[in-house]
Design a protein around this ligand. Structure first.
Ligand code: SER
Length: 320
């Protein structure tokens, strides 16, 4: 049986990936960790929880040794807009944190999942049908940390044989834990606004196309790339994966089909706009499809329907 450690379990992806891995592998085989000491809630109720600050290599090594960990999903990160406010923190967690995790993975012979991002691309990248292997000159600190992370993972795989794998995630849409400080967060916030107040001020302008994905597909991507047959992986790390591409107008129109009196206006945030315009409009994810069978289940229509159902349900129960 696998023994898994997840860093950043309290975050948007970590909170749902931890519970899904516990469902599949058994609660005691999946150790949740976060910088914050979570004293209650599903993460501490369904299996072991440890405090880990990924900038402290000893903390990672101690927990990995204590539970005899063989696989690490490293999700602790600072997203793109916060990265522009706090570039030092973005570097420390994004690069030094990953370096520490790679060192532990090397010493303890763990496989590693590292999430890169659409943020690893920049304005000189072909932004339509962005190829798997292309120019990567990002203009955000977040992007700089993601490109560095991709290179570090490749290096540890080639030099030390660490089984480091990963994907380049697009914006992730979800309804359990809110994202924090990302450029793509609007595509989550819009649903809460549509249901709670029927009014949303969009921080990205009309025509800003970005790749997106619903959480169940994001979780499957992480688990499936880690379970893929290594003989079939030509890339191993940083696979482009996407499920849909839209701009705020398209998402607004889709939500209005269900909530006709919903109103959206624009007040573009210059930092987020600068970042978003440097990211792909739509990635080509054919390498992930060919090498390990990537196939998303949710398109815009299905995702929107499910988001409205789940968030609407929480609103009716007074939970949000
Ligand atoms: N969702 C991330 C962000 O907006 C992109 O990977 O920062």
């Amino acid at each position: 049986m696998k023994k898994v450690l997840i860093t950043g379990s309290g975050g948007q992806i970590g909170s749902e990936l931890t519970l899904e891995l516990r469902r599949r592998l058994g609660g005691e085989n999946v150790v949740a960790s976060d910088k914050r000491n979570l004293s209650s809630g599903p993460l501490v109720d369904t299996g072991p929880f440890e405090v880990i600050d990924v900038t402290d290599v000893e903390q990672i090594a101690t927990v990995a040794g204590k539970y005899k960990i063989d696989t690490i999903y490293h999700l602790a990160a600072v997203l793109s807009a916060i990265g522009e406010e706090k570039p030092h923190l973005a570097w420390d967690i994004g690069v030094n944190g990953l370096y520490n995790v790679l060192q532990v993975a090397r010493d303890k012979k763990c496989a590693l999942f590292f999430p890169s991002s659409i943020g690893a691309f920049g304005p000189s990248t072909p932004l339509d049908n962005t190829p798997q292997d292309t120019i990567q000159r990002p203009v955000s600190m977040y992007g700089v940390t993601k490109v560095t992370g991709e290179l570090l993972c490749d290096y540890y795989a080639q030099r030390y044989g660490v089984d480091a794998r990963g994907v380049r995630y697009p914006g992730i849409i979800s309804n359990v834990t809110l994202p924090g400080g990302g450029t793509t967060d609007y595509a989550v916030e819009i649903f809460y606004a549509a249901i709670k107040t029927k009014h949303f001020v969009c921080p990205l302008g009309a025509g800003t196309f970005l790749d997106m994905m619903y959480m169940p597909d994001a979780i499957n991507a992480a688990i499936n790339v880690m379970e893929a047959d290594p003989k079939k992986l030509r890339h191993r790390n940083a696979f482009n994966v996407t499920a849909m591409s839209f701009d705020p107008e398209i998402l607004y129109a889709e939500i209005k089909k269900h909530i006709p009196d919903f109103k959206m206006e624009y007040d573009p945030d210059p930092v987020k706009m600068c970042i978003a315009q440097s990211w792909p409009n739509k990635m080509d994810d054919s390498c992930a499809r060919a090498e390990w069978g990537w196939k998303p289940e949710y398109d815009l229509e299905r995702m929107t329907l499910d988001m409205i159902k789940v968030i609407g349900g929480k609103f009716k129960k007074g939970l949000i």
